[in-house]
Design a protein around this ligand. Structure first.
Ligand code: ATP
Ligand code: LTN
Length: 326
């Protein structure tokens, strides 16, 4: 069975971009893969976090994982900082990557741009991500399009170590959704939907109330030519709504667009409100119960133990490759 690994940062406001780009694949993959789903808290502290809030967000993401249908009997669900191999391998990989390649990452450029001083963790963030993946001999990494460059870097580092030392790492591949790999902000369809955008109507969070979902979609930015067709370059707003519709319903984009031919944007938006509310309702209902249950922490402890056993095997191999210890 092929092994799958992915991670989500516990930074609050998990939105439909995260869900349609990444999380939805997690559930599908667990049926016929060996899956590890991680809450990457060590990635979250590359920017300052409130410690109390961070701990709450870790449990929120864990509960969301389970609420969308990740089954802890089928998949390993755990928190990154509970398995020390992530930080340990992260250091080893830092010693096998170049500041040049790291400073070329678009996410680094975006997050560090305009800052007076830039934290080292922001630069080495993708190396820790590579460690997450390589620690488990991962074959497949389901992520949104924005992570493509980081997956490439991870592959480069793995190939480099295998070549410069000896065969140590499995070289992984990214897995991207056809619809949903890049959901755009509702208020500005030229930028990606993001947790950190100031305007709450730029995104739909998985736990948003029905009234908020309706408001955000009905006021989504479109254009003035009135025609419903999929054309991301010239009609980014309408195309984004069609992508969201398709990703939730499973119907392909062209079929949806054809069904709305001759109708107005209001009709598309109204139907999309219904589709979105319906898709998120069971997630919200499950979340509340799981988040409040005592079982959640036990699931995470068990997950860390199982992940830790796999990680330790890899770390033994890594220490041997580099001659660390005795
Ligand atoms: P954000 O930019 O919203 O803060 P992120 O990418 O920094 O999110 P994560 O929560 O770790 O942080 O992302 C989880 C997953 O969601 C990743 O696989 C990422 O590629 C995916 N993802 C994030 N935003 C989008 C989006 N707008 N469309 C599709 N996938 C997305
Ligand atoms: N960098 C990713 C989160 C992340 C991840 C990973 C995804 C950290 N480690 C390992 C897949 C595999 C992000 O910002 N979305």
């Amino acid at each position: 069975m092929k092994r799958v690994f992915s991670g989500v940062q516990p930074t609050g406001n998990i939105h439909i971009g995260n869900y349609l780009g990444a999380l939805k694949q997690f559930v599908e993959l667990q049926e016929d893969h060996e899956c590890l789903y991680c809450i990457v808290d060590e990635h979250a502290i590359t920017v300052p976090q409130d410690p109390k809030e961070l701990r709450q967000h870790i449990l929120d993401v864990a509960a969301l994982y389970l609420a969308i249908g990740i089954d802890p009997k089928k998949s390993i669900v755990f928190v990154q900082s509970q398995v020390s191999g992530h930080a340990e391998l992260g250091w080893v990989l830092c010693c096998n990557s170049y500041t040049g390649e790291l400073s070329r990452m678009t996410q680094f450029k975006a997050k560090s741009g305009g800052q007076e001083s830039v934290g080292t963790g922001l630069l080495t963030y993708p190396v820790l991500m590579a460690a997450d993946i390589l620690l488990y001999d991962t074959d497949i990494v389901p992520v949104g399009n924005d992570q493509k460059q980081h997956i490439e870097l991870c592959r480069d580092i793995a190939i480099r170590v295998n070549h410069n030392y000896k065969e140590t790492f499995v070289v992984p591949e990214g897995r991207f959704m056809k619809a949903g790999a890049r959901i755009m902000a509702l208020d500005d369809p030229t930028s990606k939907m993001s947790k950190s955008a100031i305007n709450v109507h730029s995104r739909i969070s998985l736990l948003d109330e029905d009234s908020k979902i309706k408001k955000s979609i009905m006021r989504a930015t479109t254009d003035s030519d009135g025609e419903i067709r999929f054309d991301p370059e010239n009609k980014p707003g309408v195309s984004n709504l069609l992508s969201i519709y398709s990703a939730f319903s499973g119907e392909d984009i062209e079929t949806i667009a054809a069904r709305f031919a001759g109708k107005g944007y209001g009709d598309l938006k109204k139907e999309l409100v219904g589709v979105t509310q319906e898709a998120l309702a069971p997630i919200k209902a499950n979340f509340k119960e799981i988040r409040e249950s005592d079982e959640l922490k036990a699931i995470l402890r068990d997950g860390a133990e199982r992940a830790g056993a796999i990680a330790e095997k890899t770390m033994k191999r890594v220490r041997d490759t580099f001659g660390l210890g005795f």
